[in-house]
Structures are given as structure tokens and as C-alpha cells.
Design a protein around this ligand. Sequence first.
Ligand code: SF4
Length: 407
Amino acid sequence: MQTLPNPTQTQSPSSPAVSTTIERRKTRPVPVGNITIGGGHPVVVQSMINEDTLDIEGSIAAIRRLHEIGCEIVRVTVPSLAHAKALAEIKQKLKDTYQPVPLVADVHHNGMKIALEVAQHVDKVRINPGLYVFEKPKTDRTEYTEAEFAEIGEKIRETLEPLVISLRDQGKSMRIGVNHGSLAERMLFTYGDTPEGMVESALEFIRICESLDFYNLVISLKASRVPVMLAAYRLMVKRMDELGMSYPLHLGVTEAGDGEYGRIKSTAGIGTLLADGIGDTIRVSLTEAPEKEIPVCYSILQALGLRKTMVEYVACPSCGRTLFNLEEVLHKVREATNHLTGLDIAVMGCIVNGPGEMADADYGYVGRQPGYISLYRGKEEIKKVPEDQGVEELINLIKADGRWVDP
Ligand code: SF4
């Protein structure tokens, strides 16, 4: 591996320092049960159960499973009034047998009655502006008149108002969740199938909420294509800045699929925005068990330095200079130390480039000479030990520093 000059070393005293931490966009805090989205709080991880909410015991178990592995807000679907009513029991039983879990209910087609019912039982309601007041598409339509536009706008206001008032009066929240794939026909006519259409769709609902003094809003603009999703969120931020709005954003790539590509696609969309300081809560949507989504969320946040939920391992890719089986040793070091959340540990193949490239790791395990490795604390070489005692001695060093805890 090539050693690159450290930019901080070549920086002239007069040049300004380049920040290496992400400056997050300032947003207003929005409560969801005992969790807060935005307002400088850590980026919140959420997911959604697949269970039918009429299956009360199954849903409780699924919510618990997710919550226990770090999902901080759990979403459920409520396709009917009966599903909405079931949430009352789910919420109560969670509280009685486990603990209160922040819940969000997804309300879709013409969902006013359902939304009003479920708003009494959950902490946040998610509505999709494209579906909340469903306009039946007219196949022969060639234009939308201003009067038609105003008429639908009025219908949306009438339908949304009772829900907004209910959430406002209970101190609860709403997600205005626009989806690229389900924009209202009128938006499609005016703006096309574009990020502009997505943003205007969200703004129309935001304005109604604001006119009723309701500001507990989280906005999402998901798309299954990463460039569309990126453009929509960025445009939303620009428009909100112009309008003096600071609503937190929920990031996600819809229908990302499964396996490695699903994870990479989600990371490309979510990670790119987070790196720009955009985003207050994330959901990775995989076509897999929802439990599989949580580690991906945490890995994205950890890689960006936004949350620290595991040990950060720095390891070189190995090359002709490598003095031991790097993959095997990394595995052993990880097995022994992966419960020491908060530490950065480096495993590097050789002394030539290893110490310089292990960044600011707290501890380093570096190939010294055939059969020997060196242990480092930060940049300081602490001791040379035979390779077969390397992991044990690393543990001893961490223990001596008082930074060890038993698994
Ligand atoms: S062994 Fe690792 S640290 Fe050393 S030169 Fe090769 S890749 Fe770089």
C-alpha cells in the first residue's frame, strides 16, 4: 500500500483547517415517543415489521425483536380500521410486558378514518401525500384547470385537518412521506415525474400543517433510484432553507432489493446525504427480514462517524510485505475484542507502512518481522511479542490500560 502524504503535515500555517467531522444540518426536534428526531440528536434508526397488525401477539414479538437489537422506532402498516384498533392493544401490551416502544403507523389510501383512530394509539402517523386523498386518474385528461387544482387542494385540507389537530393536541408527530412511485396525478401533470414534483407535494402538506400550528413534522422523499432520491432530498433542503423551514428528514431508498447490492444501493443513497449533513433518521429497506436492516443502518452511521455502536477496525488489505495471515488474525482480534464498543483497533501487515496508516487507532497489531508482531498504543510502539501470543498480549495491554470490560 502506498503511503500518502498526510495533508495536515503539508498544510501551511495560514491555510484554514479542513474539518473531518460531518456538520449536520440544523433541524427542529420532533418527538416520537421517548425518542427525538432532529434537533441535534443522534441519527435515529428505524425499520418496519412485516406482520399483519391483526396478529397482535406476532406483532408484539416482531416489534420487540427489532427494538432489542437497536431499532429505535418501529413502523407498522394499518390498512383498515380494525388494524388501527389493534394498535391500542399492541401498544398497551408492549408497555405492560416489555417497555414502551416508539411506534409509527403507515396510513395509505383514503385513510382519514384509519389515521384518526390510529393517531390515538401510536406516536407518529406516516401519510403519503400521493395517496392520502386519492384522485382517480382520468385517462383522457389533457390539462388540470386552476379550479380543479384548487378543488383538490381544498379536499386535501378538509381531510388532513382533523388528523393534524388530533396529533397537534396530543403532542404527537407526522411523517409526510412522499414516494417517487406514487405521486398524485395533479403533481405529475404540473411537474412531471420529477424531484420538483416530489418536493412540491411535500410542501403542499407542510403548508396545511403550518396553517394549523402543527410543526412536529418529519419529511421523506424516497425513490428506488439513488440519483432521483439524492436530487429530491437536496432540492427539499434548498427549498426549506429558502422558506425558513427546518424539518428533520427521514432518509431511505425504496425497493433497494436484497443481498449485497441492496445494501450498497441503500448506502449510496443514505450515506451520500448523511455525509453532506442531511438526514435525521434512516431506514434501510431490504427484501429480507427487517432484523437484517439494523446492522446496515448502524454500519453506515459508524462508517461516517455519526454514531459509535461497535469497535472500529482498521485493517490493511495485505500485500507482498504482509508478515502473517491477515484475514485469520483480524478474525481472531475481532472475536476477542468486538464487545469493546468505542475502541478503534488496527491490524496491519507490516511495520513499513502499518503504523503510519493505522490512522488514529487506539491500539495497533502490526507485523514486525517473521514470527513477531508489535503492539501499539496510539502511535507508540509498546512491545514486540511472538506472533502466537499476539492476541493475548493485545488483551493484556487493553486490560493494563483499564479499557477492558468482560464480554
Ligand atoms: S502489509 Fe499492509 S500495511 Fe504493509 S505495505 Fe502491505 S498493505 Fe500496506
